[in-house]
Ligand binder design. Structure first.
Ligand code: SAM
Ligand code: SF4
Length: 336
């Protein structure tokens, strides 16, 4: 039983930014090994160092009590975690939670899309970096494109409010597919966001060698489509563009070319219960000891979370020209 406490209604950091969005990673494991996200040989955490799904649900409830209205479940690949669906069902209809969303590589969606929708998931982001089977395999090292395409179809059938593709373009690897991926999104009547590759963890290539600026991608897409800048936001760092007579919005997440930290409204929780105040900095506090030491009292957790707002950094410290990344955690560890 959770002890009844009176938390403050909102989380505000020392720069006056309101934090109302959490990204919770429920596993560092994945069935893919995308070249920009992981190294080929990954060592994953032992199970007892990962929060149980019950602990994850408790955290979500505490954050929602603290005024968080949007929760993204991510990973690693969240849908390969055993019984992941239980967590979605447990928190999906919490009063105060406006949006439960998930980021997935799509490999499990064929079988899980309907259940996720029923559990209360409103929007879904599916990563897709290539429409060519051989290239898709090369980028993900092990992934099967046809399975992901079936997953996208299943998500459409399930009737989510919104489906968005996430695409990381890499120079010389898949940057020539920017337009084909947009045309695919238009044909599927779904959204697409282009994400600039971030220097998170050491991978087999230097980030500088594959960097593609979103400005260059936008310019290329504009040569073929009438992109009209939009002021709408989904509460994230993406800047959106509309294409008349289509149902597709095009987003750009550009940590390098357009810093988005000023309006940052989120914090991230790793599957080990570390609360990272910024994706691109090391500031964090550990919530796992508090979860385990006080299984029936949320107050110590609430105090720690509220106090952590004072160490939320002003912005990230990404620099793709640096030989070693400033952040040694892989994206799969912090949760994308
Ligand atoms: N496995 C799920 C997936 O691929 O969608 C969720 C986790 S993944 C870490 C979340 C997002 O982060 C994906 O869209 C992925 O493309 C992106 N990502 C991973 N590593 C990245 C990096 N170094 N730079 C930019 N985006 C990255
Ligand atoms: Fe797995 Fe997602 Fe990372 Fe690819 S981007 S390796 S699918 S966690």
């Amino acid at each position: 039983m959770r002890k009844n406490v009176m938390p403050p209604a909102t989380l505000i950091d020392s720069f006056g930014r309101k934090v109302d969005y959490i990204r919770l990673s429920i596993t560092d494991r994945c069935d893919f090994r995308c070249v920009y996200c992981m190294s080929e040989d990954m060592t994953f955490l032992p199970r007892d160092e990962v929060l149980s799904l019950e602990e994850s649900a408790r955290l979500v409830k505490v954050f929602v009590d603290l005024g968080v209205s949007k929760v993204r479940i991510t990973g690693g690949e969240p849908l390969v975690r055993k019984n992941a669906l239980w967590l979605f069902e447990e928190v999906g209809h919490l009063p105060g939670l406006r949006e439960l969303v998930v980021t997935t590589n799509g490999s499990q969606l064929e079988h899980q899309a309907q259940a996720l929708k029923k559990a209360g998931v409103k929007r879904i982001n599916i990563s897709l970096d290539s429409l060519d089977e051989t290239r898709f395999r090369k980028i993900t090292r092990v992934g099967e494109l046809s399975k992901v395409l079936r997953g996208i179809e299943a998500a459409k059938q399930a009737g989510f409010e919104n489906i968005k593709l996430n695409t990381v373009l890499m120079r010389g690897i898949n940057d020539d597919e920017a337009l084909a991926l947009l045309d695919f999104a238009i044909a599927q009547e779904i959204d697409i966001s282009y994400i600039e590759e971030m220097p998170l963890g050491e991978v087999d290539h230097t980030r500088d060698s594959t960097y593609v600026s979103n400005d260059a991608t936008l310019k290329l897409l504009k040569d073929h489509h009438n992109l009209i800048s939009s002021t709408e936001s989904t509460g994230g760092p993406a800047h959106y563009w509309r294409i008349p007579h289509t149902n597709t919005r095009v987003g750009f997440i550009s940590p390098h070319s357009h810093n988005f930290c000023e309006s940052c409204n989120r914090v991230r929780i790793t599957c080990k219960g570390e609360l990272y105040l910024c994706l691109g900095q090391e500031s964090k506090i550990d919530l796992m000891p508090l979860l385990r030491q006080y299984p029936h009292d949320d107050q110590p957790l609430i105090d720690a979370i509220v106090n952590s707002m004072t160490i939320k950094p002003k912005g990230h410290d990404f620099d793709i020209k640096r030989a070693t990344p400033s952040v040694i955690r892989f994206m799969s560890m912090t949760g994308g």
